[in-house]
Design a protein. Structure first.
Ligand SMILES: Nc1ncnc2c1ncn2[C@@H]1O[C@H](COP(=O)(O)OP(=O)(O)OP(=O)(O)O)[C@@H](O)[C@H]1O
Ligand SMILES: [Mg+2]
Length: 267
């Protein structure tokens, strides 16, 4: 089968992302505090950080699903907060929980976007959908419904659906959570291959240091809503900041378990 993605008029056009002094508050809670970072066109940029540090909220700002309290996010020279930007940039967000339509089959979930945007005739859409399913080893699941899939399969369907949108900017939220180690490795290869084939700028939010250290060009670590460190991936293999080093490669101490320390600190 020929690769229908390389024929896309969007291929080759990609965008960088600039986050400048982004602060987000919900009521009195500050979730992002003066975050600035630059994602270069065509790179794979990983955002890491502990649970609750603000990673998903940051990604939603790039997708225009959340609006800054102050500061800005730009995609190329377009303002991510402006709804008109979605007409200029093909952006796909792979949500942490998949966000599939339960009443539609896997095939119809994937075909929905190109059908709504009348991007191709049904045969062209079928090619794109089947190619995306093939990349993610999901051909046999085409006629299944989301309720019949495992968590990892739903995740792969969500990624396949993003591919069908032929994105110029691909945003992944925890792409490898719920996947077994072999499927995680496959997915890591898929993200890297897609970037090579389509030069798509990819922002990957992840806890998975194996994924990040293998495919990222650059990494930022977010802690408590602030950027704790950012730089090329090589800097993170043995990071000079002990907090970052421990986050990426936590030491498991069975003699002195940290959950016991937590219990004591609450007594
Ligand atoms: N719509 C919202 N209203 C209020 N608080 C929110 C909202 N969305 C997120 N938060 C809060 O913002 C903080 C950061 O959430 P976020 O989902 O970005 O974390 P995360 O880093 O993605 O965590 P995880 O790794 O567990 O997915 C959390 O304390 C969360 O409760
Ligand atoms: Mg999250």
């Amino acid at each position: 089968m020929t690769n229908p993605f390389t024929a896309s008029p969007f291929v080759g056009k990609t965008f960088g992302v600039t986050v400048e002094h982004l602060t987000k508050r919900y009521g009195k809670t500050t979730v992002l505090a003066d975050v600035s970072l630059e994602v270069r066109p065509g790179e794979i940029f990983c955002i890491m950080g502990p649970s609750g540090s603000g990673k998903s909220v940051l990604l939603k700002h790039v997708a225009g699903l959340e609006l800054p309290t102050s500061g800005s996010v730009r995609i190329g020279h377009f303002d991510a907060a402006d709804p008109a930007t979605r007409n200029q940039v093909h952006l796909a967000l792979v949500f942490q929980a998949g966000a599939l339509f339960n009443s539609l089959s896997v095939y119809d979930n994937l075909a929905l976007y190109p059908r709504e945007h009348r991007e191709a005739d049904e045969a062209g859409i079928r090619d794109r959908v089947m190619h995306a399913l093939q990349i993610l080893s999901l051909e046999k699941a085409a006629l299944k419904f989301p309720a019949e899939l495992s968590g990892g399969m739903k995740k792969r369907v969500a990624i396949a659906r993003a591919l069908v949108m032929e994105p110029q900017l691909l945003l992944y939220d925890e792409p490898t959570s719920e996947l077994d180690p072999v499927m995680s490795a496959t997915l890591t290869e898929i993200i890297a291959t897609l970037r090579e084939q389509t030069a798509v700028t990819s922002i990957v939010v992840t806890h998975d240091s194996t994924l990040a250290l293998n495919i990222a060009d650059r990494i930022a670590v977010l802690m408590d809503g602030r950027i704790r460190a950012t730089g090329p991936t090589a800097d993170f293999k043995h990071h000079s900041d002990p907090v970052i080093a421990n986050f990426l490669n936590p030491v498991i101490d069975l003699q002195n378990p940290r959950f016991k320390q937590l219990e004591q600190s609450h007594e």
